[in-house]
Design a protein around this ligand. Structure first.
Ligand code: ZN
Length: 252
Protein backbone atom coordinates (compact mmCIF):
# COMPACT_ATOMS: atom_id res chain seq x y z
CA UNK A 1 0.00 0.00 0.00
CA UNK A 2 1.41 3.29 -1.12
CA UNK A 3 1.02 5.27 2.10
CA UNK A 4 3.26 2.91 4.01
CA UNK A 5 6.23 4.28 2.14
CA UNK A 6 5.68 7.76 3.59
CA UNK A 7 8.63 8.82 5.68
CA UNK A 8 8.45 10.85 8.85
CA UNK A 9 11.31 12.63 10.50
CA UNK A 10 10.83 11.89 14.16
CA UNK A 11 12.96 14.86 15.27
CA UNK A 12 10.60 17.42 13.75
CA UNK A 13 7.27 18.69 14.92
CA UNK A 14 4.89 17.11 12.45
CA UNK A 15 2.00 19.01 10.95
CA UNK A 16 -1.11 17.01 10.08
CA UNK A 17 -0.43 14.89 7.01
CA UNK A 18 -3.20 14.05 4.62
CA UNK A 19 -3.22 10.76 2.87
CA UNK A 20 -5.62 8.33 1.29
CA UNK A 21 -6.08 4.69 1.99
CA UNK A 22 -7.69 2.13 -0.21
CA UNK A 23 -10.41 -0.30 0.76
CA UNK A 24 -10.44 -3.90 -0.49
CA UNK A 25 -12.90 -2.97 -3.23
CA UNK A 26 -10.72 -0.10 -4.40
CA UNK A 27 -12.47 2.91 -2.86
CA UNK A 28 -10.07 5.58 -1.66
CA UNK A 29 -10.82 7.25 1.66
CA UNK A 30 -9.19 10.39 3.07
CA UNK A 31 -7.25 10.15 6.32
CA UNK A 32 -5.45 12.88 8.22
CA UNK A 33 -2.56 11.75 10.37
CA UNK A 34 -1.88 13.78 13.49
CA UNK A 35 0.46 13.58 16.45
CA UNK A 36 -1.07 14.10 19.87
CA UNK A 37 1.42 13.67 22.73
CA UNK A 38 -1.50 13.10 25.12
CA UNK A 39 -2.67 10.06 23.16
CA UNK A 40 -1.60 6.77 24.67
CA UNK A 41 -2.17 4.60 21.63
CA UNK A 42 -2.67 4.97 17.93
CA UNK A 43 -6.33 5.40 17.13
CA UNK A 44 -8.68 6.36 14.34
CA UNK A 45 -11.92 8.32 14.45
CA UNK A 46 -14.29 10.03 12.03
CA UNK A 47 -14.42 13.84 11.88
CA UNK A 48 -17.93 14.57 10.61
CA UNK A 49 -17.18 18.27 9.97
CA UNK A 50 -14.23 17.56 7.68
CA UNK A 51 -15.74 14.33 6.36
CA UNK A 52 -12.54 12.41 6.81
CA UNK A 53 -10.90 9.98 9.18
CA UNK A 54 -8.34 11.21 11.72
CA UNK A 55 -5.61 8.78 12.70
CA UNK A 56 -3.76 9.82 15.85
CA UNK A 57 -0.29 8.82 16.97
CA UNK A 58 1.31 9.65 20.33
CA UNK A 59 4.65 10.54 18.71
CA UNK A 60 5.90 11.20 15.15
CA UNK A 61 7.62 7.84 15.32
CA UNK A 62 4.22 6.14 15.56
CA UNK A 63 2.70 7.89 12.53
CA UNK A 64 3.44 4.99 10.22
CA UNK A 65 1.78 2.66 12.68
CA UNK A 66 -1.24 4.98 12.88
CA UNK A 67 -1.49 4.97 9.08
CA UNK A 68 -1.35 1.20 9.06
CA UNK A 69 -3.95 1.04 11.83
CA UNK A 70 -6.26 3.21 9.68
CA UNK A 71 -5.55 1.09 6.60
CA UNK A 72 -6.63 -2.05 8.43
CA UNK A 73 -9.91 -0.28 9.14
CA UNK A 74 -10.37 1.15 5.64
CA UNK A 75 -13.68 -0.68 5.17
CA UNK A 76 -15.06 0.63 8.45
CA UNK A 77 -13.88 4.18 7.61
CA UNK A 78 -15.51 4.06 4.16
CA UNK A 79 -18.73 2.78 5.74
CA UNK A 80 -18.79 5.52 8.40
CA UNK A 81 -18.01 8.28 5.88
CA UNK A 82 -20.78 7.03 3.60
CA UNK A 83 -23.22 7.17 6.52
CA UNK A 84 -22.58 10.88 7.13
CA UNK A 85 -25.51 13.07 6.14
CA UNK A 86 -25.23 14.73 2.75
CA UNK A 87 -23.67 18.17 2.93
CA UNK A 88 -25.85 21.29 2.75
CA UNK A 89 -24.05 24.23 1.20
CA UNK A 90 -24.98 27.74 2.27
CA UNK A 91 -25.56 28.91 -1.29
CA UNK A 92 -28.54 30.67 -2.90
CA UNK A 93 -31.33 28.19 -3.52
CA UNK A 94 -30.35 25.71 -0.83
CA UNK A 95 -32.33 24.95 2.29
CA UNK A 96 -30.81 25.15 5.76
CA UNK A 97 -32.34 24.79 9.22
CA UNK A 98 -32.44 27.77 11.60
CA UNK A 99 -33.66 26.97 15.12
CA UNK A 100 -34.81 23.65 13.74
CA UNK A 101 -36.95 25.12 10.94
CA UNK A 102 -35.96 24.74 7.29
CA UNK A 103 -35.37 28.06 5.51
CA UNK A 104 -34.89 28.73 1.80
CA UNK A 105 -31.71 30.72 1.33
CA UNK A 106 -32.38 33.60 -1.05
CA UNK A 107 -29.86 36.00 -2.54
CA UNK A 108 -30.75 39.63 -3.31
CA UNK A 109 -28.60 42.44 -4.63
CA UNK A 110 -28.19 45.13 -2.02
CA UNK A 111 -26.66 45.99 1.29
CA UNK A 112 -29.52 45.63 3.76
CA UNK A 113 -29.23 43.28 6.74
CA UNK A 114 -30.35 39.68 6.27
CA UNK A 115 -34.04 39.19 7.05
CA UNK A 116 -36.37 36.27 7.57
CA UNK A 117 -39.72 36.20 5.80
CA UNK A 118 -42.01 33.81 7.60
CA UNK A 119 -44.83 31.71 6.28
CA UNK A 120 -45.18 28.06 5.51
CA UNK A 121 -41.80 28.00 3.80
CA UNK A 122 -39.73 30.61 5.59
CA UNK A 123 -37.02 32.34 3.60
CA UNK A 124 -33.77 33.86 4.74
CA UNK A 125 -33.08 36.75 2.40
CA UNK A 126 -29.46 37.78 2.38
CA UNK A 127 -28.39 40.86 0.48
CA UNK A 128 -24.92 41.38 -0.89
CA UNK A 129 -23.45 43.45 -3.69
CA UNK A 130 -21.99 40.25 -5.14
CA UNK A 131 -23.23 36.63 -4.96
CA UNK A 132 -19.69 35.59 -4.08
CA UNK A 133 -20.21 37.22 -0.68
CA UNK A 134 -23.42 35.29 -0.02
CA UNK A 135 -22.06 32.37 1.99
CA UNK A 136 -19.92 34.57 4.21
CA UNK A 137 -22.92 36.78 4.99
CA UNK A 138 -25.14 33.81 5.77
CA UNK A 139 -22.50 32.45 8.11
CA UNK A 140 -22.10 35.79 9.86
CA UNK A 141 -25.88 36.04 10.26
CA UNK A 142 -26.10 32.53 11.76
CA UNK A 143 -23.22 33.22 14.16
CA UNK A 144 -24.82 36.49 15.27
CA UNK A 145 -28.11 34.71 15.87
CA UNK A 146 -26.36 31.94 17.79
CA UNK A 147 -24.52 34.50 19.94
CA UNK A 148 -27.73 36.40 20.74
CA UNK A 149 -29.62 33.23 21.72
CA UNK A 150 -26.70 31.90 23.77
CA UNK A 151 -26.17 35.18 25.65
CA UNK A 152 -29.85 35.12 26.54
CA UNK A 153 -29.96 31.47 27.69
CA UNK A 154 -26.61 31.60 29.51
CA UNK A 155 -27.74 34.68 31.44
CA UNK A 156 -30.93 32.88 32.40
CA UNK A 157 -29.19 29.72 33.65
CA UNK A 158 -26.43 31.72 35.37
CA UNK A 159 -29.07 33.37 37.55
CA UNK A 160 -30.55 29.95 38.40
CA UNK A 161 -27.17 28.61 39.52
CA UNK A 162 -25.85 31.86 41.00
CA UNK A 163 -22.76 32.01 38.79
CA UNK A 164 -21.28 34.56 36.47
CA UNK A 165 -19.49 33.54 33.27
CA UNK A 166 -16.44 35.57 32.32
CA UNK A 167 -17.17 35.69 28.58
CA UNK A 168 -19.08 33.88 25.85
CA UNK A 169 -17.46 32.81 22.58
CA UNK A 170 -19.29 31.50 19.53
CA UNK A 171 -17.11 29.83 16.91
CA UNK A 172 -16.42 26.75 14.84
CA UNK A 173 -15.77 23.85 17.20
CA UNK A 174 -14.70 20.63 15.55
CA UNK A 175 -15.29 17.89 18.03
CA UNK A 176 -17.70 19.29 20.59
CA UNK A 177 -20.64 21.66 21.02
CA UNK A 178 -19.37 23.72 23.89
CA UNK A 179 -16.72 24.04 26.54
CA UNK A 180 -16.01 25.88 29.77
CA UNK A 181 -12.49 27.02 30.63
CA UNK A 182 -11.11 27.18 34.16
CA UNK A 183 -11.25 30.97 33.98
CA UNK A 184 -14.96 30.89 33.21
CA UNK A 185 -14.98 31.46 29.44
CA UNK A 186 -17.84 29.58 27.78
CA UNK A 187 -17.33 28.55 24.15
CA UNK A 188 -20.09 27.29 21.89
CA UNK A 189 -20.42 25.99 18.36
CA UNK A 190 -22.30 28.42 16.10
CA UNK A 191 -24.00 25.33 14.61
CA UNK A 192 -26.28 25.12 17.64
CA UNK A 193 -28.42 27.81 15.99
CA UNK A 194 -29.35 25.23 13.34
CA UNK A 195 -30.91 22.91 15.94
CA UNK A 196 -34.29 23.32 17.67
CA UNK A 197 -34.18 25.89 20.47
CA UNK A 198 -34.23 23.36 23.31
CA UNK A 199 -30.91 21.96 22.07
CA UNK A 200 -29.08 25.30 22.28
CA UNK A 201 -30.77 25.85 25.63
CA UNK A 202 -29.45 22.51 26.89
CA UNK A 203 -25.88 23.34 25.84
CA UNK A 204 -26.13 26.72 27.56
CA UNK A 205 -27.31 24.98 30.76
CA UNK A 206 -24.56 22.35 30.43
CA UNK A 207 -21.70 24.85 30.14
CA UNK A 208 -23.11 27.14 32.84
CA UNK A 209 -23.34 24.12 35.15
CA UNK A 210 -19.58 23.62 34.61
CA UNK A 211 -19.05 26.95 36.37
CA UNK A 212 -20.26 25.12 39.47
CA UNK A 213 -18.79 21.68 38.78
CA UNK A 214 -15.85 21.15 36.39
CA UNK A 215 -16.70 17.51 35.71
CA UNK A 216 -19.60 15.30 34.70
CA UNK A 217 -20.39 14.01 38.19
CA UNK A 218 -23.90 13.46 39.60
CA UNK A 219 -23.63 16.86 41.24
CA UNK A 220 -22.94 18.39 37.83
CA UNK A 221 -26.02 16.77 36.24
CA UNK A 222 -28.13 17.90 39.19
CA UNK A 223 -27.15 21.50 38.37
CA UNK A 224 -28.06 20.96 34.72
CA UNK A 225 -31.44 19.59 35.80
CA UNK A 226 -32.08 22.59 38.01
CA UNK A 227 -31.62 24.77 34.91
CA UNK A 228 -33.57 22.48 32.62
CA UNK A 229 -35.67 19.69 34.14
CA UNK A 230 -35.92 17.86 30.79
CA UNK A 231 -32.33 18.36 29.68
CA UNK A 232 -32.10 14.77 28.36
CA UNK A 233 -34.21 15.79 25.38
CA UNK A 234 -31.51 18.21 24.22
CA UNK A 235 -28.69 15.79 24.97
CA UNK A 236 -30.39 12.96 23.08
CA UNK A 237 -31.19 15.18 20.12
CA UNK A 238 -27.53 16.12 19.73
CA UNK A 239 -26.48 12.53 20.06
CA UNK A 240 -28.84 11.51 17.29
CA UNK A 241 -28.64 14.50 14.93
CA UNK A 242 -25.32 16.19 15.72
CA UNK A 243 -23.65 15.00 12.54
CA UNK A 244 -26.44 16.64 10.51
CA UNK A 245 -25.44 20.00 11.97
CA UNK A 246 -21.84 19.37 10.96
CA UNK A 247 -22.96 18.75 7.37
CA UNK A 248 -24.30 22.31 7.00
CA UNK A 249 -21.89 24.78 5.42
CA UNK A 250 -19.19 22.17 5.12
CA UNK A 251 -15.80 23.14 6.44
CA UNK A 252 -13.34 23.44 3.62
ZN1 ZN B 1 -19.43 19.00 29.89
Amino acid sequence: MRFLRMRFDSRQKVDPTRTEIETIDGRRVPVTLIVNPRARHVSVRIDPARREAIATAPTPRHLKHAAQFAAERAGWIAHELARLPKGVSLTPGSVAPIRGVEHDLVFAHGRAKPRVEGGLLPRLIVEAPDPALFERRVLRFLKDQARADLIDRVAHHAVTLGVRPERIQVKELRSRWGSCSVDGVLSFSWRLILAPGFVLDYLAAHEVAHLREMNHSRRFWAHVRRCMPEFERGRDWLHEHGSELHAVGLAR
